[in-house]
Design a protein around this ligand. Structure first.
Ligand code: SF4
Length: 469
């Protein structure tokens, strides 16, 4: 790869510079940003979502590069163009997975884009739980890593509770207030640098209690799982506000947490050693990390189970969920975790799933779209739609695909066929009798969806933009 100028973030810059961080998970990143502030960094989590973002992405990143790279780098360049901060006092931080996928090269693409735009003197920081690039001024003590992990756990908990309260709240704004209060609660606890297990359990209990106060209706809504490539799954910028759209369609969103990705990465190190006999030191190091992370997640699951809210699965279940569908040696991108998340959702009765993928993302097309057929064969009630995200994909087409899937979901719900093989029952349906109000919103497309077979519903191409890889 072509060498580009690298401006490091020095110790002196810690006092003078504001670090701009692109957003992926709004709740998690807010907490993580505040944790960094407790270590003396000035941080701004970016919230510029306008058309300038993708314009800058397309201008400065090759259009063959992954869509998340275009958005993340576009968001940072757009922020530099529009910020009120002096440009000689800002730095950029990019998070990287540190795995074998193209995501591990985003930092080089960013530096190249900065040179191209005349911002070559802006310092850049690459941050990863797995492999950090040396950056003198951006070093954190070991307890900070612990605080970051707990921040991800707290973020997952808040996100899970938000998803279960928002569609049912009786007083508009109550859930968002509970989110704000919980973020404040978490950051207050994380300001203390030494965190005991007792403190974390107490924090999680307090967060759950805060959400218990949100008055909710008991109506039954269609649950829709969101899985896919990590950026487009979580980032409203990446998935065209998918959660908001599903809420407007009267659904409850079920989204697996970020902690699962950390568990997946640490588990992979051990599995690599089992498979190839290489990386013994890494495997030995990751084993206790994985156990620690599993315990953290299990504690959260237990508290949710006791509270009456729906709890996600323990990681032990996640590992087994993928068996019979995909080998755990498949670990580029989200790898086997993506398959496992779909199976797990179905096991929990969430049969309707949106599998989000950046256009041309090979790993996720294999582990997402590539396994849908076998998932549907083994779980005929599965109602999965793969949606591709790309700068040239039309939002309307993406939403229409999801509406088709929802039309099927409503039919399944209305006819109470979820326990029977969906395709078999579908044949019995008289599709012209579809009369659900939300189905009629989608007009003839809904009827069309209802007449599709399971296989067709996952691979349907609509209109001129058919971005299904
Ligand atoms: S997972 Fe897909 S989108 Fe992400 S870096 Fe890899 S190829 Fe690109």
């Amino acid at each position: 790869m072509e060498q580009v100028k690298k401006v490091p973030f020095t110790k002196e810059m810690k006092k003078t510079h504001t670090i701009l961080i692109p957003t992926m998970l709004p709740i998690h990143f807010k907490i993580l940003g505040r944790v960094l502030e407790t270590y003396g960094f000035h941080v701004k989590v970016l919230d510029n979502f306008g058309p300038g973002v993708i314009r800058q992405g397309l201008k400065n990143v090759h259009n063959d590069t992954c869509y998340p790279a275009q958005l993340v780098i576009g968001q940072m360049i757009d922020a530099l163009e529009t910020t009120d901060l002096p440009l000689d006092k800002v730095a950029l931080l990019i998070t990287q997975t540190g795995g074998g996928c193209r995501a591990s090269n985003y930092i080089h693409l960013l530096r190249k884009a900065l040179v191209q735009c005349g911002y070559e003197n802006v310092p850049t920081i690459s941050a990863s739980f797995i492999k950090n690039e040396q950056s003198g001024g951006f070093s954190l003590p070991p307890q900070a890593l612990l605080q970051m992990l707990y921040s991800c756990l707290a973020g997952d908990l808040i996100m899970t509770l938000q998803n279960q309260c928002l569609p049912y709240e009786l007083h508009s704004g109550d859930t968002n207030q509970a989110v704000e209060d919980s973020v404040t609660l978490a950051t207050t606890v994380f300001q203390k640098k030494l965190l005991s297990r007792k403190k974390i359990l107490e924090l999680m209990k307090n967060i759950i209690d805060r959400f218990q106060q949100v008055e909710r209706s008991h109506e039954e809504k269609i649950k829709v799982g969101i899985v896919g490539e990590i950026y487009v799954k979580y980032s409203p910028l990446g998935n065209n506000n998918l959660e908001e759209f599903l809420l407007s369609e009267g659904c409850e969103v079920v989204c697996p947490g970020l902690f699962d990705f950390l568990l997946y990465c640490s588990h992979n190190a051990e599995y690599d050693y089992q498979l190839y006999g290489k990386g013994k030191a890494k495997a030995l190091l990751m084993h206790p990390v994985n156990i620690f992370l599993r315990n953290c997640k299990s504690a959260m699951v237990e508290l949710l189970e006791q509270s009456g809210f729906d709890a996600p699965c323990r990681f032990e279940n996640t590992i087994h969920a993928a068996e019979g569908y995909i080998d755990k040696g498949v670990k580029m991108g989200e790898g086997w975790l993506l398959t496992a998340e779909m199976v797990e959702l179905i096991q929990k009765g969430v049969n309707n799933i949106v599998c989000t993928q950046p256009f041309g993302c090979l790993p996720n097309h294999i582990c997402g779209k590539g396994v849908m057929r076998v998932i549907k064969e083994k779980n005929p009630q599965a109602n999965i739609v793969a949606v591709d995200y790309d700068s040239s994909a039309s939002k309307v087409n993406q939403q229409n695909r999801i509406k088709l899937m929802l039309a099927n979901a409503r039919l399944m719900q209305e006819k109470e066929v979820s326990q029977e093989p969906f395709c078999k029952n579908q044949e019995k349906q008289n599709v012209s009798s579809v009369s659900h109000p939300s189905v009629s919103q989608t007009g003839h497309h809904a009827g069309f969806a209802a007449s599709m077979t399971c296989e067709e519903s996952s691979s349907l191409r609509i209109g001129p933009v058919a971005n299904n890889g």
